[in-house]
Design a protein around this ligand. Structure first.
Ligand SMILES: Cc1cc2nc3c(=O)[nH]c(=O)nc-3n(C[C@H](O)[C@H](O)[C@H](O)COP(=O)(O)OP(=O)(O)OC[C@H]3O[C@@H](n4cnc5c(N)ncnc54)[C@H](O)[C@@H]3O)c2cc1C
Length: 529
């Protein structure tokens, strides 16, 4: 069953070895495990629904609790402490476009706010109802989960938009195809959510971001519906798909989407390369993408993250040998790990891997074969479960990300890490921060930072600490000219920073578009804008 106050399936655990726990203590200090509020204690506290009855709406407190929060750190603090700011007044589970229309009509009639809900994996407050607002109806799209049509000639597939990653892939794989969109939240996130947040999958280098995969679809709005036909390309004015991409539930409910699919790859491999230092790794990764080597994934960890991957890997007996071996070969504490992937035809993946290895060697790269890559592949969707373990041990963790051109990469990464590492000096608390480059482009890359700090035992203190860190890192990103989000979206948490990026005229335009689709402003109020 899905965990109600953490990540993933409650039968899956990610234990940490003694050595890994010791490593955490050294970085952050001794932490204490603090009891969470049990669901039985929380359910009776949920206020009565303010919505009038409708046959498509569920008013059960448990369902309302399950849709009250996403997966951000503030969400976790709220869920685990029982201090939840607001609950939806009801949850609808439409099973057809007609039912989506009925639910929207009902919301308009009763003056309810509507929150489209995919998998609820948002990490920036996209799906949270607002306190002191109109009654809120969350529209959970999980019953809209079918493959409607597959066109093998054009390699297009039409899905209902509430389909989750594994269901989407298994329906395609059964016919020999893949979408290839694998965000780390793949297990629970949905096609509609990916489109509405402009998501990026781990192999976007090969398959493309969701912008490249989303070919068309159907949107239900308070003003009627919008059909987005799928063309291979079109010069017929601005592309309306780009209004829907990143619309965060503000313009309507996406009920169907046509996506560009590919035959399942004949071969796929992931490999590990160590660089003596971060700068060399960055040069290599830039060269790999700018020289057009056919790779499917590049993930370059900085030295701190490389060390943490090794320390938390659970390979306690091997670790001293690995460390000694790497040092002996000249890869000391500044070493950085690159994992790269090759995907596609058998004939090309070997050639692409060889070209990549040759370029990495130019920058001092030590090719270590496929062991690390295999391990990465095995745990690629399991790593989020580590968050549950860390929390239970007494540590809070969060991530944030941006993208900047290559010439700003090192400086921006350092500015973010400094802002995080020094962010809690005022309260004499340590923060452990590290970063990697994952999504790479010819002109730049995304920087993805992870940070941990000890839970204090008081949810208000933990939330205040998160706010301090988030603000410091966001300001560092803005000061460097980075985007406030490369892949997580805007939601509530990044909304204060959006004007800086879009400008006044840009914001006025976005508001006017929302007004055109949703004159009463019932759709996901205060998110994005
Ligand atoms: C552990 C973890 C790892 C993650 N890894 C990645 C990653 O690798 N790459 C990445 O891009 N993101 C990642 N995310 C963030 C998150 O998974 C993405 O933003 C994802 O796209 C959200 O999809 P969802 O279906 O869960 O949407 P939700 O969280 O349910 O909703 C997100 C937004 O989309 C809107 N929405 C959802 N469905 C629809 C619809 N059908 N019509 C209209 N609006 C809709 C909602 O109203 C909301 O504003 C991660 C999150 C977690 C918790």
């Amino acid at each position: 069953m899905r965990r109600w106050n953490g990540w993933g399936d409650d039968s899956i655990h990610y234990p940490l070895s003694e050595i890994a726990q010791q490593y955490l203590k050294e970085r952050l200090g001794e932490a204490q495990s603090i009891a969470d509020m049990p669901i039985e204690a929380l359910l009776p506290q949920i206020p009565k629904s303010r919505l009038p009855k409708h046959p498509l709406v569920n008013y059960d407190p448990r369902q309302r609790l399950l849709h009250a929060c996403g997966q951000s750190l503030p969400d976790w603090i709220a869920l685990r402490s029982g201090r939840i700011a607001a609950y939806p007044d009801g949850v609808a589970y439409p099973a057809s476009e007609v039912e989506v229309r009925q639910v929207l009509a009902y919301a308009q009639q009763v003056g309810a706010a509507v929150i489209p809900y995919g998998g609820g994996t948002s990490v920036v407050g996209h799906i949270n109802p607002l306190p002191d607002s109109a009654p809120t109806l969350t529209v959970d799209l999980s019953r809209l989960n079918k493959l409607l049509h597959l066109d093998p000639v054009s390699q297009l597939a039409e899905f209902e938009a509430g389909v989750k990653g594994p269901d989407l892939e298994s329906q395609l794989n059964a016919q020999g195809y893949t979408l290839g969109h694998f965000p780390q939240s793949f297990e629970l996130s949905t096609l509609g959510g990916w489109i509405a947040t402009r998501s990026s999958g781990q192999q976007s280098l090969y398959y493309g971001r969701i912008e490249a995969l989303f070919a068309g679809g159907h949107l239900e709005t308070p003003r009627g519906n919008l059909d987005l036909p799928s063309f291979p390309a079109s010069a017929a004015g601005p592309d309306l798909r780009h209004l829907i991409l990143g619309s965060e539930g503000r313009l309507g409910i996406l009920t169907r989407a046509v996506v560009r699919i590919r035959p399942l790859p004949e071969a796929e491999h992931f490999y590990g390369v160590f660089f003596p230092h971060w700068e060399g790794g960055i040069q290599a990764v830039r060269a790999l993408v700018q020289e057009g080597i056919g790779l499917s994934m590049l993930r370059l960890s900085n030295a701190e993250e490389t060390q943490s991957i090794l320390a938390l890997s659970g390979k306690d007996r091997l670790l001293p040998w690995i460390e000694r071996g790497l040092s002996w070969l000249g890869y000391h504490s500044t070493r950085c790990l690159l994992i790269f992937g090759v995907t596609g035809r058998k004939a090309s993946v070997g050639r692409n891997a060889r070209q990549a290895i040759a370029i990495c060697r130019r920058w001092g790269g030590l090719f270590t074969g496929s062991i690390i890559g295999k391990q990465w592949r095995k745990s690629r969707f399991l790593t989020p479960y580590l968050r549950n373990t860390l929390w239970e041990l007494g540590y809070a963790t969060d991530t944030l990300e941006t993208a900047v051109p290559w010439f700003k990469i090192e400086e921006t990464a350092q500015a973010i890490l400094n802002a995080l590492s020094n962010g809690l000096q005022g309260s004499d608390e340590r923060v452990w921060a590290f970063a990697h480059l994952s999504h790479v482009y010819r002109d730049g890359a995304s920087i993805y930072a992870t940070y941990l700090f000890r839970r204090s035992g008081d949810p208000y203190t933990d939330l205040a600490r998160w706010q301090t860190l988030k603000k410091a890192a966001s300001q560092a990103i803005l000061a460097q000219g980075g985007t406030i989000s490369h892949q997580h979206g805007v939601g509530l948490d990044h909304a204060p920073y959006l004007t800086n990026e879009k400008g006044e005229l840009g914001m006025t335009t976005l508001r006017a578009i929302c007004q055109a689709f949703d004159p009463q402003g019932i759709l996901n109020p205060s998110k994005l804008i």
